[in-house]
Design a protein around this ligand. Structure first.
Ligand code: ATP
Length: 795
């Protein structure tokens, strides 16, 4: 016996031992999960203060620990245990109080306890109103979920739909924006939502308002009713209709700050100043100049205003880095700016409400609201970008004299403590002359100023709360002058506009640029790439198109001119029964080309089609091949056969008398269309159900096969357990597959053929696929990095 070779007699003893250890391990894990479930159900959260005291998996505890989360915040202490018991939750807590973890921890745990694997498909859907917030949630998920092996993806638009589509089928957790998710649900057959376990709405009140209604209704329609639903916001909705739309089951209202004296963070100092509209920019400029060592976030009501203030202030060099962010920027730019502002110590970011909710910029000193927010909820979210998680922060609201009374009353009702301060007049600088100079020198800036003016006027006009927003009382002429404009531009107002609907409207739907100026379209942007492509395609014209479109058709022979005029040029339509007729003689062969030279070109005439120019035998041959002919054959006519075997067209002309009797033609047309639409959507529904069933069956087969494969594997590695069980891997090492301690392999054959080798390789790669844990050494910096992660597993 060769050295090191195991005696054959020992093999039969090994096998049962391996089996035993595998099944024992599985049993132990099963027991652990059951204990976890039981403890969660019976858990009393009243005296806990740390994450480690929660009945959660070691994978989650380690993820939290590695992300330096140890002590629970109030909302986390109250909401997580309830969510772990399987309850639907309406979570309300002040801005910056840690709501993100309050839903992410339950999401990970619910899937963990249900042994969720890639084969199980989509298990959790987290919806956010903006892309930036979705990215932020995804990053937190990536950190705290680093020891789990779920796959997670971002669905936020700004990328080709097809690219996203291919990845979605493989995801267990999706963080998405509503519009894009709706698009995928409608168009992506690979996206299965039938087994979804948890639905999360962050900034729930915003997502449930009218602007996102269609998208949310479509999403909710496509997911199972018996899922768990978690809704979170600093300004939570208790609107019964909204909750009914989501079919919540006996939801638990978890409001940790409801009895608090203020709706805003305790360490936030809030002030307002009264300023005439034309002085706003002077005050803003003076404020920034006086605080160049601070981190300032400035809210304006529209994209155009943000751009105008950013472009002009930049030229005037206030001595602090300036940034600007709005929903019309490219996604990569938005990501860069967000990262830039987050990382800076002192800078000033001009932004629309696209950053008002949820974004966790570290250490913002000041939030300045130059334009009055549309409602108190928006105010609360805007100021909530500072004074986050036990930090200090200050906020200043600029109010025009006409806005003061209405806004202050509303703030008081919602328990927002705010104090009036005055501007030191000796510190105030007027920048009107400088702005005039810039507008005079640079027509683009003047144009932007006009747009900023228009969009501000519109944004006031479309507000519903007329106690606060009254355009008539605003000194618009002076406002225009204060922007450096020679006069107030004329503004067209559209009646019946809903501010919120416009705000959320996908960019593609806001047709003209002007009309999208108001507080608009910062929510989401639809991917316009496809549209552009379609337009481009339409624009592609061949040289024949150009030839036929020439103005001066007389440069062709009279025969040709005649042909163009009569459509097919043959003049003997009907007589000529041939499908293809070569018109070599009479015209073409001696046709004059543009330069007046004789050519040997001829036109071949396909019956009923435009003539083709044929200038060589080869081309003629090509033009008459079977394949080429196919394109002239048309699509054929669909016939249906009756019981007698008679063929009928699908739609046949009705008997005229019966038609007249049936009444008004337009009404009949409407009725017919309605019936057909109903029939087609019923058929569509049926097709979708069948396809879904097929996919579900396929997935189940795949899952069963995967389990069988692992049973057959003959190794101790328990890939059959869907989640990589947590082991103590040391400080920074990722939980790579545990190869060590693996029992001896099957006895080697005397020889191994190629197929044996290949089989092994395949098994190995299968095993790796099943237990893949992607590790990223560095934090993702770009959207591409994030998406690369999304394609893999949480790491
Ligand atoms: N338990 C915790 N320990 C330490 N820091 C925490 C804890 N929970 C959350 N944080 C930190 O507090 C900050 C705010 O958290 P988060 O963004 O979840 O707040 P939020 O309640 O969702 O705010 P908003 O209402 O503005 O969306 C983040 O920087 C987060 O890292």
């Amino acid at each position: 016996m060769a050295k090191g070779t195991r005696p054959a007699s020992s093999l039969p003893q090994l096998k049962p031992r391996r089996k035993e250890s595998r099944s024992l391990k599985r049993k132990r894990e099963e027991e652990e999960l059951q204990t976890l479930e039981k403890t969660a159900q019976e858990f009393d959260a009243s005296n806990i203060s740390q994450f480690s005291e929660l009945p959660i998996s070691r994978a989650t505890t380690t993820g939290l620990d590695k992300s330096h989360f140890k002590i629970l915040t109030d909302i986390q202490r109250k909401a997580i245990p309830l969510a772990l018991k399987g309850r639907d939750i309406l979570g309300a807590a002040k801005t910056g109080s840690g709501k993100t973890l309050a839903f992410l921890v339950p999401v990970l745990e619910i899937l963990y306890r249900r042994k969720w694997t890639q084969e199980d498909g989509l298990g959790a859907l987290i919806i956010s109103p903006t892309r930036e917030l979705a990215i932020q949630i995804f990053e937190v998920l990536r950190k705290v979920g680093q020891r789990h092996s779920f796959s997670a993806g971002l669905v936020i638009g700004g990328k080709n739909l097809q690219d996203e589509r291919e990845r979605l089928g493989r995801m267990n957790i999706l963080v998405c924006t509503p519009g894009r998710m709706k698009q995928h649900l409608e168009q992506n057959p690979d996206l299965d939502t039938y087994s979804l376990q948890v639905l999360v709405l962050d900034e729930a009140d915003r997502i449930l308002d009218m602007g996102f209604k269609d998208a949310i209704d479509a999403i909710v329609q496509g997911i199972p009713k018996n899922r768990q639903t978690l809704l979170f916001s600093a300004t939570q909705t208790k609107n019964v209709n909204d909750l009914a739309r989501l079919s919540l089951k006996d939801p638990e209202y978890v409001s940790v700050h409801e009895s608090a004296s203020s709706a805003t963070p305790g360490k936030l100092q809030q002030h307002y100043i009264i300023t005439p509209l034309p002085e706003k920019l002077d005050i803003l400029w003076s404020f920034i100049r006086a605080n160049v060592k601070s981190k300032i976030l400035v809210f304006l009501s529209s994209t155009k205003q943000v751009r105008f203030v950013y472009e002009t202030f930049r030229q005037m060099q206030p001595g602090i880095p300036l940034l600007h962010l709005h929903g019309k920027q490219k996604q990569t730019a938005r990501l860069d700016i967000t990262a830039n502002f987050s990382g800076s110590k002192n800078s000033c970011l001009f932004a629309t409400d696209v950053v008002a909710r949820g974004l966790d910029f570290p250490a913002v000193d000041w939030v300045i609201q130059v334009d009055c927010p549309e409602d108190v909820d928006t105010y609360i979210h805007r100021v909530g970008r500072t004074a986050r998680y036990e930090r200090d922060g200050r906020a200043v609201l600029f109010l025009c004299p006409t806005e003061e009374k209405g806004m202050l009353e509303k703030l008081k009702v919602k328990k927002v403590p705010i104090e009036k301060i005055n501007v030191r007049q000796n510190k105030k600088q007027s920048i009107q002359k400088q702005l005039q100079g810039i507008c005079f020198k640079e027509p683009e800036i003047k144009y932007l100023g006009q747009k900023a003016f228009t969009s501000y006027a519109r944004s006031v006009y479309i507000q519903k709360d007329k106690d606060i927003f009254d355009l008539e009382k605003l000194p618009l002429q002076d406002f225009a002058t204060s922007l450096g404009l020679p006069g107030a531009p004329r503004v067209k107002f559209m009646k019946g506009e809903d501010a919120k609907q416009r705000k959320n409207a996908p960019r593609a739907l806001l047709k003209d640029d002007d009309s999208s100026d108001g507080r608009g379209s910062d929510g989401e942007e639809e991917d316009q790439a496809t549209k552009k492509e379609e337009k481009k395609k339409k624009e592609v014209r061949t040289k024949y198109d150009r030839m036929f479109e020439r103005q001066n058709q007389n440069i062709f022979t009279p025969h040709f001119t005649e042909m163009v005029r009569h459509g097919d040029g043959s003049g003997d339509e009907g007589k000529d029964e041939d499908f293809l007729a070569v018109k070599g003689h009479g015209y073409g062969s001696d046709a004059e080309d543009v330069d007046g030279e004789k050519t040997s070109a001829r036109y071949i005439q396909v019956h009923g089609k435009e003539p083709l120019l044929v200038d060589s035998k080869r081309r003629e041959k090509l033009a008459t091949t079977k394949k080429a002919m196919l394109k002239y054959k048309g699509k054929g006519t669909k016939l249906i056969f009756d019981d007698e075997g008679e063929a009928h067209a699908i739609y046949e002309l009705e008997d005229e008398e019966a038609f007249v009797k049936a009444g008004d033609a337009e009404a009949q047309r409407g009725k017919f269309l309605a019936e057909e639409t109903k029939r087609v959507s019923a058929a569509d529904e049926e097709d979708k159900t069948v396809a879904k069933e097929k996919r579900r069956a396929k997935k189940e087969r795949q899952k069963a096969r995967a389990l069988e494969d692992i049973e057959d594997d003959g190794s101790d590695f328990d890939g059959g357990v869907p989640l990589v069980p947590y082991q103590d891997y040391g400080e920074d090492s990722a939980p790579e597959l545990v190869e060590e301690g693996r029992p001896a392999k099957k006895q080697k054959k005397w020889f191994e053929d190629d197929s044996e080798e290949e089989r092994k390789k395949e098994k190995e790669s299968k095993r790796k696929r099943k237990t893949k844990v992607v590790q990223m050494d560095e934090a993702p910096e770009t959207l591409e990095d994030l998406e690369a992660l999304a394609a893999g597993l949480l790491a």
